[in-house]
Design a protein around this ligand. Structure first.
Ligand code: PMP
Length: 424
């Protein structure tokens, strides 16, 4: 599959050293050595357009973030059991991006740990266990999160305290979707209660990324949040994917006019440096804080806090959320124009630079074009444009470039998709 001798040896070495649980992207794996903005470079110096990596949202190897990390690492790295200004400056700057009701910040190293901590706190506060998630959700890698991440497949069983609801799919669900989604959430908590499982939380990615990217209609989440609260559950917004400007706003939940009880975040928070965490309404933390001494060796360390501060500075000063809104709208327009010429494109949807493109065999039946989507993803990789796909039929392109994507780079993406689809 186009692998050089050296690459073939690396694949073999990976399997020998890392074992069978890891997976590579693409039929023809990519060996990257350097990044800059939305560009990535392989070991031979070939340039790729990154339309998928949702961690380096400020752009790969952003010099200001790199400098902040290096400066603090050269000075001191400890943890949160000593006084240090930087974690306080960071908490202040981060909390300032949220509604005033979210008054405390806690730090971890991964999004999984942030969700795990959110669940511990929510359980302590509600006294309940029942969690409702969407049917292709992904919330993390630990045992407590794998059991509520149905996108991991049948090999990873859901917990008994977990109920799923169908994703808020307006393409298939039509105008009734918001009401149906809210009713499904209410029914899921009622179903758990019938088995003696008391409500704890509704946990959703506010862009429903792994379900297939479902942003519309803006505001639809409000009814589901209301249903969860009526059942006695908290609303936890998982902003690991939509957060930090990706949707064109700072946070994905803003699109829905809702105020979460807890917000979890990660991925772009340190632009590649492992930094994650949560913000929460202070009253919800009281019981947990009274019972638990929370210490996370690396979470909130001075180097991570410096990285986080630099990210917030870059986001603001470079206007990256605004750029995501503008270039995202431009990409959506371009994809819409492509859809008018290519029958395989059934739906185009997105907010900012979080975009889903659903490929179907037939616009009437909406039969997923699963194999074709795999072919397109691999053909784009051969033309050095990197994306991937998700959804129950693996037929929904997920487009999530760094937020600094330019119009010229958006054109390159559109032209390359056009070229591949036009050649079929
Ligand atoms: N929540 C969501 C929505 C995610 O997409 C991910 C990672 N893909 C996580 C949580 C887990 O984050 P991490 O891999 O940093 O543990």
């Amino acid at each position: 599959t186009g692998l050089s001798e050296h690459e073939r040896a690396m694949v073999e070495r990976r399997q020998r050293l890392l074992g069978p649980a890891y997976r590579l992207f693409y039929e023809h794996p990519v060996h990257l050595v350097r990044g800059e903005g939305a560009w990535l470079f392989d070991a031979e110096g070939n340039r790729y357009l990154d339309c998928y990596n949702n961690v380096a949202s400020m752009g790969h190897a952003h010099p200001r973030v790199v400098e902040a990390i290096a400066r603090q690492a050269a000075l001191l790295n400890t943890h949160t059991r000593y006084l240090h200004e930087t974690v306080l400056d960071y908490a202040e700057a981060l909390l300032a991006t949220f509604p005033a009701s979210l008054g405390h910040a806690m730090f971890t190293c991964t999004g999984s740990e942030a969700n795990d901590l959110a669940l511990r706190i929510a359980r302590a506060h509600t006294g309940g266990e029942g969690i409702v998630v969407t049917s292709l959700a992904y919330h993390g890698v630990t045992s407590s999160l794998a059991e509520l991440s149905p996108s991991l497949g049948e090999g990873v069983p859901l917990g008994r305290h977990v109920a799923t609801v169908s994703p808020p799919d307006a393409y298939r669900g039509g105008a009734e979707m918001p009401a149906r989604f809210a009713a499904d959430v209410a029914a899921a908590f009622a179903g758990l209660a019938r088995h003696g499982i008391r409500p704890c939380a509704l946990l959703v990615d506010t862009m429903f990324t792994s379900d297939g990217v479902f942003p519309d209609p803006a505001g639809f989440l409000a009814g589901a949040v209301e249903a969860a609260r009526a059942a006695g559950a908290l609303f936890i917004a998982d902003e690991v994917q939509p957060g930090f400007g990706r949707t064109g706003a700072m946070w994905g939940f803003q699109r829905h006019g809702v105020e979460p009880d807890i917000v979890t975040m990660g991925k772009p928070m340190g632009n590649g440096h492992p930094l994650a965490g949560l913000v929460i309404r202070p009253a919800l933390l009281e019981r947990f804080g009274g019972q638990v001494r929370y210490f996370n060796t690396f979470g909130g360390n001075p180097v991570s806090a410096a990285a986080g501060l630099a990210v917030l500075g870059v986001l603001r000063e470079e206007g990256l959320a605004e750029n995501a809104a503008a270039v995202g709208a431009y990409l959506l327009d371009g994809l819409g124009a492509l859809a008018s010429r290519c029958a395989i494109i059934g739906d185009v949807r997105g907010a900012g630079l979080s975009i889903g493109v659903e490929l179907v065999r037939d616009r009437g039946t909406k039969e997923p074009a699963t194999a074709e989507t795999g072919r397109l993803v691999n053909a784009l990789r051969e033309r050095r444009v990197l994306i991937s796909a998700s959804g129950p039929g693996a037929n929904i392109l997920k487009i999530r470039p760094p937020l600094c994507l330019t119009r010229e780079q958006a054109d390159l993406f559109l032209d390359t998709v056009d070229e591949v689809l036009g050649s079929w």
